[in-house]
Design a protein around this ligand. Structure first.
Ligand code: ARG
Length: 581
């Protein structure tokens, strides 16, 4: 968000870096003492045959004799050149850039011209979305938003689990018992009940399993009646998924279920054969991966049926060869690590150079502190925490809290009465999303209602609340926010709280880029928490309205930038930024 200043510096420094673009090299030091921007010069050491500190000093001397607008001071610290910028210049640049950027605040163009395919959520037909789907869904959507912020063309792919022997079983169950259920008004519930019933009855009746498999075989052979039934199951399920996705702000660009690859599987098999990669093992066909000390990748079952891995191989070829992906992300739980290791290894053995651009974005599980929700989940037995139940419960708890607050203050009562339901939805759902994304994805999530919904702690509602506070300060001041501010029209905000807040705001652009590069949305969530803490410090230490009159406009500008950054960050996390709560 300091593009103009960065550009001026880059131009001047290009001669040291062989004309290479210097823009990407800048770092924003964590500590204010080290300036606002910093550039490491270690990479120049070999070519210039000088120690990095010597090079840093030379650059500093150069800049001292050729000052650059906006730069107040430069210093060499070890192998870094640190830039202390003119604070008014920074502040006005930050304001003007934020104003100009609108919805694209903090966006970069690093990924321009490149396509990234992101596979996320990808649930299985006929099974309700449960808590376990939250991570694959929200981490995926956030990564998609982050990739867009870096300029990539993003294709969000839904690799729907819509094929396999379970659909033969389901179709068979439907033929047996379908009439007993109400598919008119309660289609999805009926479908799930059939699924659970089939598995319950099959435990005592192995014949059911056999009939189910047989039915699937007929489906694979193209039985039109059965396929019609199957299509109905898929539609019913997508409707159910859509309801959840809508509430969570989740969008895909393409649905390419596992069934989509049916007519590409022969091709995969043949390719593996020509490359002499297929071997027989206990009647099945596999790719041997023992040189990597991992189990073989199963390609064809002994009855000739294809497998999850075979479809993923076909799907990867589709992503790179047809969709022209440059990168493919698979946002799938860590318990599928071995599966992706195997698939990626087969792709490498097939000689696809792009195999190294496939990334499994794994994540941990949910653990529940709440005994009532604890225990093991099993969709076969119908024992799961439904995603919609979790969301509804969060929204209800928020409503209760809003009601409690409303009895305390008249202002809260007014806000609550107007848009109560809408706000409760934004805050309740936001709380669940934030609670998911604030965790480093590689770890398990300890789910705790208190923590998730706390209005004060490190939670979604807390961040949203700071946003509301900014909005209401600006509304109360009732001053026009100018489109552009000249540095000379601003007052220096140089209290420690104000400087710290400005510094944190400056980091936003880097935070987005780091979060993308590490595929870790929690970097954004944690940044928002820090930013909110910095804002609250500022707010508690300084009177904005009714404080020093000459500082009012500058402080309002600061509040406005803060509000924009919080809103932008929440949007990346697929959360709403309410204007009252
Ligand atoms: N449907 C799978 C499941 O629920 C996830 C699919 C992930 N994507 C993939 N390309 N394998 O476990």
């Amino acid at each position: 968000m300091l593009t103009p200043i960065r550009d001026r510096l880059s131009q001047h420094l290009a001669k040291y870096f062989n004309g290479k673009s210097v823009g990407e090299l800048f770092e924003i030091p964590k500590d204010l003492e080290h300036g606002h921007l910093s550039i490491p010069v270690f990479s120049l050491s070999r070519e210039l045959k000088k120690a990095p500190p010597v090079i840093a000093k030379e650059i500093v001397n150069d800049l001292l004799t050729n000052p650059i607008t906006g730069v107040a001071n430069v210093e060499a610290v070890g192998g870094y050149v640190n830039f202390h910028l003119d604070e008014l210049e920074i502040f006005s640049t930050l304001y003007n850039e934020t104003r100009k950027a609108g919805d694209r605040l903090g966006f970069r163009r690093a990924g321009e011209g490149k396509t990234i395919v992101i596979d996320y959520s990808s649930p299985n037909v006929a099974k309700p979305m449960h808590v376990g789907h939250l991570r694959a869904t929200m981490i995926g959507q956030a990564l998609r938003n982050l990739a867009e912020s870096q300029g990539y063309k993003v294709i969000g792919l839904n690799h729907l689990g819509d094929w396999g022997v379970q659909f033969g079983k389901l179709a068979y169950a439907y033929q047996l018992w379908g009439k007993e259920y109400d598919f008119e008004t309660d289609a999805f519930e009926s479908l799930f009940k059939l699924y659970v019933r089939f598995h319950a009855e099959a435990e005592n009746d192995p014949e059911l399993e056999r009939k189910g498999s047989l039915t699937f075989k007929k489906m694979e052979e193209g039985d039109t009646e059965l396929l019609k039934l199957w299509r109905k199951f898929v539609e019913i399920s997508l409707e159910h998924f859509d309801k959840n996705w809508r509430r969570l702000g989740v969008k895909h660009d393409l649905v390419r279920g596992e069934s989509f690859y049916n007519d590409r599987l022969k091709g995969v098999e043949e390719l593996l054969r020509t490359k002499h990669l297929l071997v027989e093992s206990e009647g099945a066909m596999v790719v041997d991966l023992s040189d990597e000390k991992i189990p073989p990748c199963l390609i064809l079952k002994s009855d000739g049926a294809s497998l999850y891995a075979t479809r993923d191989i076909a799907s990867a070829m589709y992503r790179f060869n047809v969709l022209k992906a440059d990168i493919a992300l698979y946002v799938v739980a860590a318990d599928q690590s071995l599966h992706f290791k195997q698939v990626f290894s087969v792709l490498r053995r097939l000689g696809f150079s792009w195999w190294s651009q496939c990334h499994h974005i794994g994540f941990g599980l949910y653990r529940f502190k709440d005994a009532e929700l604890g225990g093991k989940m099993s969709s076969r037995k119908g024992q799961i925490i439904r995603l919609e139940d979790l969301l509804n419960r969060a929204v209800d708890l928020v409503k209760q809290r809003m009601t409690a607050k409303a009895t305390e203050s008249a202002a809260a009562a007014k806000a609550v009465s107007r848009n109560r339901d809408e706000i409760a939805e934004q805050v309740g759902v936001g709380a669940i999303i934030f609670n998911d994304l604030v965790n480093d994805r590689v770890r398990d999530v300890e789910f705790d209602w208190e923590q998730a919904l706390s209005f004060e702690g490190d939670s979604g509602p807390y961040v949203q609340y700071v946003h509301v506070r900014c909005v209401s300060i600006l509304a109360k001041a009732a001053r026009r926010v100018p489109d552009e501010i000249e540095p000379t029209r601003l007052h220096k905000l140089d209290s420690p709280e104000e400087r710290k807040l400005i510094k944190s705001l400056l980091r936003y652009e880097d935070v987005l880029s780091q979060a993308y590069q590490n595929f870790k949305p929690n970097i954004v969530a944690n940044y928002l928490l820090e930013l909110c803490a910095d804002f609250n410090h500022f707010y508690h230490h300084h009177k904005i309205i009714g404080g020093e009159a000459e500082l009012l406009d500058s402080r309002l500008a600061l509040v406005w930038i803060t509000q924009s950054v919080i809103r932008g960050g929440l949007k990346i996390l697929s959360m709403a930024a309410p204007t009252e709560m």
